[in-house]
Design a protein. Structure first.
Length: 116
């Protein structure tokens, strides 16, 4: 599975941004998809996931209520809509995919920088 993330950039606190990830190489509708992020000097952190059935889970402490993950099986894409961005959301965001319980497929990452 190849994952290509896009949509990162520099925004101000309170702004919105949408990340997209295009998947190829396997039947997209059979994949669970997700997003992780890693801020400088910090461990990689789970952000959100959407199962192949469409069920969603979020990192409640950090993003629930502000971020929305969605998928378009016709376009083989998964999106992460990020609202009310905070400086602490600054990180490299990674698109991920799995067919089992382990996130074995990782994209190259896209930088999101939120200025205060």
């Amino acid at each position: 599975v190849q994952l290509q993330a896009s949509g990162g950039g520099l925004v101000q606190a309170g702004d919105s941004l949408t990340l997209s990830c295009a998947a190829s190489g396997r039947t997209f509708s059979s994949l669970d998809m997700g997003w992780f992020r890693q801020a400088p000097g910090r461990a990689r952190e789970f952000v959100a996931r959407i199962t192949w059935l469409g069920a969603t889970t979020y990192n409640s402490d950090s993003v629930k209520g502000r971020f929305t993950i969605s998928r378009d099986n016709a376009k083989n894409t998964v999106n992460l809509q990020m609202n009310s961005l905070k400086p602490e959301d600054t990180a490299v965001y990674y698109c991920v995919a799995r067919t089992g319980t382990t996130w074995v497929y990782w994209g190259q990452g896209t930088q999101v920088t939120v200025s205060s």
